[in-house]
Design a protein around this ligand. Structure first.
Ligand SMILES: C[S@@+](CC[C@H](N)C(=O)[O-])C[C@H]1O[C@@H](n2cnc3c(N)ncnc32)[C@H](O)[C@@H]1O
Length: 401
């Protein structure tokens, strides 16, 4: 009895926090969060820890500690459920099973809907099945399968919602094939070194995003995975995340990075409270070719190896023997304002840095006030030809405007 009261109280406090930070917006998501006993899906840790945890709770590790499964962070469950725009009676596919999110989905679609949850790992599906049964969510169907493959259980007219809860590097053909005509696909997608949870709907024969959430996830396993491509510029301390099939000469770029630094400043200013950098990063990925992310450790920054680079990294461009990346500086005399600029290295470093600052000026004039960039996803095998800069994935083509 005491435990019951305690967990109800802890859950109510968690819901209050999620409402306060704007992660829960709709009454339906709030009701689902109030109903699902989250602590029952992570019995390895105390209820206090489950309800107070700001981020994911890892539930399986391999290879001396690498996490491969988790119960995702409450704020991320909430943001993804809001992005999914669920309704009663819907048929939902969840890819990646922890049990907790499937229970939330089951609450939201009600007894007239259906939830099928697939995971590639039989330990995880066994666990999810057991925890869902213990909490009374027996109507969630749990299957062991690679979620990138078509599922025999899919409704003939496709799923109303596909919710991917593992970090995808591609949009496999099966998702295009098995998403219903009015469906929504919510997926944490990695492209050009960036990670965004995107919600897509159909527009003719391609998908368009209408929601973007900055979020990390555990990497997807199985057939559709594209290994990240990283150039170590200074050991593991300064890295250039290249991704996709973008040519990069590791040795030449390492050599460039230790050559003289050239700075260019754009005159484009931001304030921290505008929160524009995540949008700018995605927009640049649709404009600059090649485009990736320069990442540096705190120690590298303290040693002056890089200019001002945030923890999430900085957009970067390169060619055969030179590179440039975005940076910031305090705008003179304006404590809350930061000016965007670029730092170049190598024979064409100055030219690449100017290219970046010219693009920043164009963003300021055209895209700064237009909201989240729009990501379009085309089937690689489809007849429709995307226009502009195309990010090539094994099964999909992306454009960003
Ligand atoms: C973050 S956890 C899922 C969290 C969960 N949905 C929850 O309720 O919080 C990611 C899961 O994705 C699974 N996974 C990875 N690759 C997969 C694939 N190709 N198909 C299905 N599941 C996959 C992993 O085994 C892991 O259990």
């Amino acid at each position: 009895m005491t435990t019951e009261i305690n967990t109800d109280h802890l859950r109510a406090r968690m819901v209050q926090r999620l409402l306060a930070r704007g992660a829960i917006v709709s009454p339906a998501v709030e009701a689902a969060f109030r109903a699902v006993p989250r602590h029952c899906f992570a019995p390895e840790v105390s209820p206090e820890e489950v309800y107070e945890a700001p981020e994911a709770i890892f539930t399986k590790h391999v290879d001396g500690g690498r996490a491969v499964s988790s119960v995702s962070a409450p704020w991320l469950h909430a943001r993804m459920l809001e992005a999914a725009e669920l309704d009663v009676g819907m048929r939902v596919l969840e890819i990646g099973s922890g049990g907790c999110n499937a229970a939330l989905l089951a609450e939201m679609v009600g007894p007239g809907g259906s939830v099928t949850s697939v995971d590639i790992d039989p330990d995880i599906t066994d666990r999810a099945r057991r925890l869902l049964a213990e909490t009374g969510y027996t109507r969630v169907e749990v299957c062991t399968s690679d979620g990138a493959q078509p599922l025999a259980e899919a409704p003939p007219d496709g799923w109303d919602r596909i919710i991917v809860t593992t970090w995808a590097t591609d949009l496999p053909e099966a998702w295009f094939e098995q998403l219903g005509a009015s469906g929504r696909l919510v997926v944490p997608l990695r492209f050009r070194g960036l990670s965004r949870t995107l919600a897509f709907t159909w527009h003719g024969k391609h998908l368009r995003s209408d929601t973007s959430v900055v979020s990390g996830f555990l990497a997807m396993q199985g057939i559709s995975v594209q290994a990240p491509r990283v150039v170590r510029l200074v050991d593991a301390e300064v890295r250039l995340v290249v991704d996709e099939e973008q040519p990069a000469d590791d040795q030449a770029l390492r050599k460039a990075f230790v050559s003289t630094r050239r700075e260019r400043w754009s005159g484009v200013e931001l304030t921290g409270s505008e929160g524009l950098l995540p949008r700018l990063d995605v927009w640049l990925a649709g404009e600059v070719v090649p485009y990736g992310r320069l990442r540096a450790t705190q120690a590298a920054a303290e040693r002056g190896l890089v200019g001002w680079v945030l923890g999430s990294g900085a957009g970067a461009v390169w060619n055969g023997d030179s590179l440039a990346y975005l940076t910031l500086r305090q705008a003179p005399g304006k404590p809350e304002h930061f000016e965007l600029g670029a730092i170049g290295h190598g024979p064409a470093g100055d030219e690449l840095a100017s290219r970046l600052t010219d693009t920043l000026v164009r963003w300021d004039a055209t895209a700064r006030r237009t909201g989240e960039p729009l990501v379009r996803a085309y089937r690689r095998r489809g007849a429709e030809q995307p226009e502009g800069v195309v990010i090539e994935k094994p099964s999909a083509r992306l454009t960003i405007t």
